[in-house]
Write a protein that binds this ligand. Structure first.
Ligand code: ARG
Length: 272
């Protein structure tokens, strides 16, 4: 029997929008409905728990964005490369995540202090080939690539993000099982789009339009043939269905006010 995938989540105890570090947060400071946020997070936890094992990290007061565990760092086997957040508001999270991994026997390394790198928000393993997709342009910097290559032992493919609304790679790009790819081409510059097209055959690429992109459809949790998202249009559900993927939708509107959705709220722990 194949073992279940494992993910890390952080309860939304202290979740809020208390500063603005991406365009989604604009106008949403202290506008979170806490009861609804808890209910939406719990629903995601339950759906994910039907198909995977979910582990938890203790939330910390003063770190309202810690719910977005995807940004903790990069997991590769038993190695964990801890993030260096671009904005001071999120740098408080760094030691808590590093400690969680250290306590569980991971070999923890740190990106140099002056090299912003936001973990699985910007670095995503391909699910078909031995490569790591890595985006810069808003949060992480190109200089992080060399360390990523050393830690992951994989070829790193740098991509440049150009649209402020899609400030992390996982807001617009999701590798799926079997080398398929769900993505929003308009979030990348021309050379990066060509790089993606050169490496992923057109039959395996599912390009979404603006409506799906803005509903965070690319911020998807891939669990085998299941794809968990906030929301997806009928056209997207069908396009993924034709390729053998089942879409599970669970609303995460409160977290979108902070600029995150399904995938950002999780970090895959059983990465090869
Ligand atoms: N407010 C958080 C930030 O701007 C949201 C992070 C979302 N995470 C992600 N992996 N896209 O840092």
């Amino acid at each position: 029997m194949q073992s279940q995938p494992v993910f890390l989540m952080c309860p939304p105890e202290y979740f809020d929008v208390s500063y603005i570090i991406n365009p989604w947060m604009q106008g949403n400071v202290r506008r979170i409905d806490n009861a609804l946020a808890k209910q939406q997070w719990r629903a995601l936890y339950d759906v994910l728990g039907d198909h995977a094992t979910v582990r938890l990290v203790l939330p910390q007061p003063g770190s309202p964005d810690m719910v977005f565990t995807a940004n903790a760092g990069l997991v590769a086997g038993r190695r964990f490369l801890a993030s260096r957040f671009r904005y001071p508001e999120r740098q408080y999270e760094e030691p808590y995540f590093a400690e969680w991994f250290r306590d569980r026997g991971y070999e923890v390394s740190l990106m140099p202090r002056h090299v912003p790198f936001e973990g699985a928000g910007d670095a995503l393993l391909d699910r078909g080939a031995a490569r790591l997709w890595f985006a810069h342009g808003h949060r992480s910097v190109p200089g992080a690539a060399a360390t990523l290559e050393a830690v992951s032992g994989r070829e790193v493919v740098p991509l440049r993000l150009t649209d402020q609304r899609f400030y992390h790679l996982d807001t617009c790009f999701c590798p799926l099982d079997g080398g398929h790819l769900l993505y929003y081409p308009a979030a990348f510059d021309g050379p990066s789009r060509r790089e993606i097209e050169r490496r992923v055959a057109s039959a395996r690429r599912v390009a979404v339009g603006e409506e799906d992109a803005l509903a965070f459809a690319c911020n998807a949790i891939a669990v085998g043939r299941r794809v968990i998202v906030n929301r997806a249009t009928a056209g997207l559900v069908e396009a993924l269905g034709r390729r053998g993927f089942e879409v599970l939708q669970t609303p995460l509107t409160e977290f979108m006010k902070a600029g995150g959705s399904a995938k950002c709220l999780t970090l895959r722990l059983d990465e090869p």
